[in-house]
Design a protein around this ligand. Structure first.
Ligand code: ZN
Length: 199
């Protein structure tokens, strides 16, 4: 093996299996698949384009197309993002996202842009908007990190409250129990005192 062969082996080892200069990849997320950063992405960077056939709501056939990847540009134009090559369709919703959709109705284009610095390994998300949230996420409960954290906090607070109430109830019961025990003890003590006096 010559030096060039060695270099080639090293390059092959260093390069990931899917050599790509894209700063993202599709991977498993909490809610199925998601798009994750593989490189640092600076705030303000255009990450990926959300693309697909443009649908015209004035064409009745287009109006009947229905899938969860429709991205409305305005009252007339909608992008059908369900095409396989549109990797942006894997980006999940977040109520506290690290990216946003830059919608350009005139160009009929949508870009996803970082609104925070994104680190490798971070899941990329953007806010799908109020309409989508109300229609699809609210009924099943939003699974985004921000909402999960909120739910966790609420659960912990409820747990703490239950513990407090339980402790208070137990303390009360103990106090009541101690009182009645004292009464019994007094009665018994009197009886015993009488008994011993007799002996
Ligand atoms: Zn959420």
């Amino acid at each position: 093996m010559g030096p060039s062969g060695l270099v080639r082996v090293l390059v092959l080892q260093i390069m990931p299996a899917t050599s790509s200069n894209k700063p993202y990849r599709v991977a498993r997320s909490k809610t199925g698949l998601g798009l994750f950063a593989t490189k640092p992405i600076k705030k303000g960077t255009r990450i990926i384009r959300y693309f697909g056939p443009i649908l015209d709501s004035r064409i009745p056939a287009h109006d009947e197309i229905e899938n969860k990847y429709l991205f409305e540009l305005n009252g007339r134009w909608t992008i059908d993002g369900s095409v396989r090559k549109n990797l942006a369709r894997y980006i999940n919703h977040s109520c506290r996202p690290n990216a946003e959709s830059d919608v350009r109705p005139r160009e009929r284009k949508v870009f996803i842009r970082a609104i925070r610095n994104i680190e490798p390994g971070d899941e990329i998300n953007y806010d799908y908007g109020t309409d989508y949230f109300k229609a699809y996420l609210k009924p099943i409960g939003c699974k985004c990190e921000s909402c999960e954290k909120k739910r966790k906090k609420l659960r912990a607070e409820a747990r703490a409250e239950r513990t407090k109430v339980k402790a208070r109830t137990e303390a009360k019961a103990k106090k009541a129990g101690a009182k009645s025990a004292k009464k019994k003890l007094n009665g018994h003590a009197v009886g015993k005192a009488n008994g011993s006096a007799r002996a």
